[in-house]
Design a protein around this ligand. Structure first.
Ligand SMILES: [Zn+2]
Length: 150
């Protein structure tokens, strides 16, 4: 499976999925992510599917996010990030250290979840992919922040 690097495609917005389909896509994304030891997250548009699903795998944390929503964010910071779609680029992006999110956990059932620090930052990067936003679109300066390969 080749990861999409076409920015024009990655700038398209993804559509909601049915829960079962979301779960299937999520498991596919986790499998593909295993081929990228430095990768900590992957979103469906990066494998050519404009569907609202992404995954995070960072240290002991693993999560599949289906039709997710961002409810609240606080404590902005500058994050230095890479993206599996743009392997040779590092961008500096404004993120939030603490977020409250919504994730679909069953058909017709959402859960709210609070995320912090690295997981929160990775989550925002992947969530942006669902809205057609990449780190190249949000790069703000050449200051150094925290390093991630997402
Ligand atoms: Zn990315």
């Amino acid at each position: 499976m080749k990861i999409i690097t076409n920015k024009k495609f990655l700038n398209r917005k993804s559509k909601s999925v049915k829960f079962e389909e979301g779960l299937r896509i999520g498991n596919t994304l986790l499998n593909i992510l295993s081929d990228y030891p430095d990768g900590v997250g992957l979103a469906a548009p990066q494998i050519g599917l404009l569907k609202r699903v992404f995954v995070i795998r960072f240290k002991n944390y693993e999560g599949i996010f289906i039709n997710p929503g961002l409810l609240y964010e606080e404590n902005s910071l500058l994050s230095s990030e890479s993206c599996l779609s743009f392997p040779n680029k590092t961008c500096n992006v404004v993120r939030y250290n603490k977020i409250l999110i919504m994730n679909q956990i069953e058909e017709f059932r959402d859960a709210t979840l609070q995320l912090q620090n690295q997981i929160a930052i990775i989550w925002q990067h992947e969530f942006d992919h669902l809205n057609g936003i990449t780190i190249l679109d949000k790069d703000i300066s050449d200051k150094k922040g925290i390093s991630n390969d997402i």
